[in-house]
Design a protein around this ligand. Structure first.
Ligand code: PGA
Length: 257
């Protein structure tokens, strides 16, 4: 059965006092609601130690928003997967559209980053998604397939069983305009097809949806059969919102795909 997952992406937000409060409220907010779904927060690197300590023995997992494509050495400003794993990081976003667009990360670099994560025991959350122009030109499937294939080519099947995918249409990120549940389901089903074509052993790779997910839209999106959870940006800066999104995650029975 595919894992269900809700991850917050703080992006470049936070401050020591704000983070302490947010984590405390979040741990309280989701403590009672055992939804059977894993929860994590992807924080700026500089807060990894603070948030890791604040999370303590909580079930909320610690994540980061990027990782270096290099293992170590003369790469000023970079942080390796091995360094992150020493601080208890379990997830790393790779290929977020803000990195692809503002930092010119190629599909191949994203594949190498995913590989570095796996080598260090970190789960890479591979983000894929099309721009508005690409959607309007009917290129969504082509774009997400190319982005995913570059990562799968870099990893090989065995390693690829350990990734998570996040479908994040670029036009839905931070715009308040989420994809409709139908649009999300359609692309998720296509991504499942790409995985199946590569290998039947990739059938348990979770595919999350991201892009303006809020508590008000979560239930509709998360109930789609090929949507295994959410990657939540803006709303994850409000503990109550993230907790409500986690609570909206439908429980799956073992019969569910
Ligand atoms: P958003 O961001 O929820 O603020 O749209 C999602 C993301 O970029 O991961």
């Amino acid at each position: 059965m595919r894992k269900q997952l809700v991850l917050g992406n703080w992006k470049m937000n936070g401050a020591l006092a704000f983070n302490a409060r947010l984590i405390e409220d979040l741990m309280q907010g989701i403590a009672d609601g055992d939804s059977g779904c894993e929860v994590g927060v992807c924080v700026p690197f500089i807060y990894v130690a603070q948030v890791g300590e604040a999370l303590g023995g909580s079930t909320v997992r610690l994540g980061v928003q990027d990782i270096s494509a290099h293992t170590e050495g003369a790469y000023t400003g970079e942080i390796s997967a091995k360094m992150a794993s020493e601080f208890g990081v379990s997830f790393a976003l790779v290929g977020h559209s803000e990195r692809r667009i503002y930092h010119h990360e190629s599909a191949e670099i994203v594949g190498v980053k995913a590989l570095r994560c796996l080598e260090a025991g970190i789960t890479p959350v591979v983000c894929v998604g099309e721009t508005l122009d690409e959607r309007e030109m009917n290129e969504t499937n082509h774009v997400v397939e190319r982005q995913l294939t570059a990562v799968l080519d870099c990893l090989g099947v065995e390693d690829a069983t350990r990734i998570v995918i996040a479908y994040e249409p670029v036009w839905a990120i931070g715009t308040g305009r989420s994809a409709s549940a139908g649009q999300a389901q359609e692309t998720h089903a296509f991504l499942r097809q790409v995985l199946d074509t590569r290998s039947s052993s990739l059938s348990d790779v979770p595919v999350l949806y991201g892009g303006s997910v809020k508590s008000s839209s979560a239930a509709d999106l998360l109930r789609q059969s090929d949507v295994d959870g959410g990657l939540v940006g803006g709303a994850s800066l409000h503990a109550g919102e993230l907790a409500a999104i986690v609570a909206a995650m439908p429980r799956r029975t073992s019969q569910a795909r």
